[in-house]
Design a protein around this ligand. Sequence first.
Ligand code: SF4
Length: 300
Amino acid sequence: MALSESSVKDNSSLERRVISVEISPKCNLRCPECNVGKRLHVNSNERRNDPELVKKIIEHVPYNSTLLFVGLGEPTIPYSQERIGKILHSREDLKGYIQTNGSYPLKEELEGLIKQGRLEVGLSLDQQHFIGGQKKLRIQPEYVESISTIVTDEETQSKMPQGFPNLNRILITPLLVGKKIANSWERLSETVVAYQGISNGVTIYTELPPPVREDNIKLFEEAERDLEPLTPEGWRKSKEHGFYVDMEPTTPRNSMRILIDGNYINIPILAEGSWQEVDKYSKPLTDLPKVFDLEIGRYE
Ligand code: SF4
């Protein structure tokens, strides 16, 4: 049964949040630069999937949040699609966003949520995923609204993905090896411009993550010379070519990640430490105040 606003109990004063959620305990691909590989590509008996995760999210995720189902694992494996459907049907105040490698078709339940405007789908489509085993896309292309691609300097050929009728934006991300950006700014901006030239009303943009600025000073300074000043929304715009660059620092008040083991962590802490140190900083999701007056066990 879905819940109404009137049943909000004691954390309605928390502001709307965007929360990353590790909803899936595994991934079907093996991408070489996967930054969570050491937590993800382990034997099934080492995986730390909390069987109560859905119930904890329904009970404790702050009211009116947007949940980004972006990993640890692949959020469209059937098991995880069921979890996403259960969460969004139980909490009508929440919205969802799935970032997928496109290996699985979306189930009818999720299709319904997309049609209601409560769920959006982004597809990761690039050489890294291809090397990791992404061969045939099985996701329905009409549900894909955005595509993200990771580029290396060797990948000079820019091809617009075809056959996505509702595609409205493409994010071109530089390749990160540890904290080092493997591209030059020149090549990154050339790639964005090449995509711009062949796009048909699709917004093309790129990103430079502030947490790695110190490790890539030269590249950031080159970029900043080419860009207009930062807007309050955290965007910069290319002076010459007009494309946008996302350089928004992640702020502690609206950044949180829910982990597959039923804990949560603030993203700025993650940026400072390695993925192997997550356990040092995470806290149980059940430490957060309950949102709704739920009966235990009702949703599992
Ligand atoms: S699809 Fe994503 S989570 Fe899976 S291996 Fe590739 S980068 Fe890692």
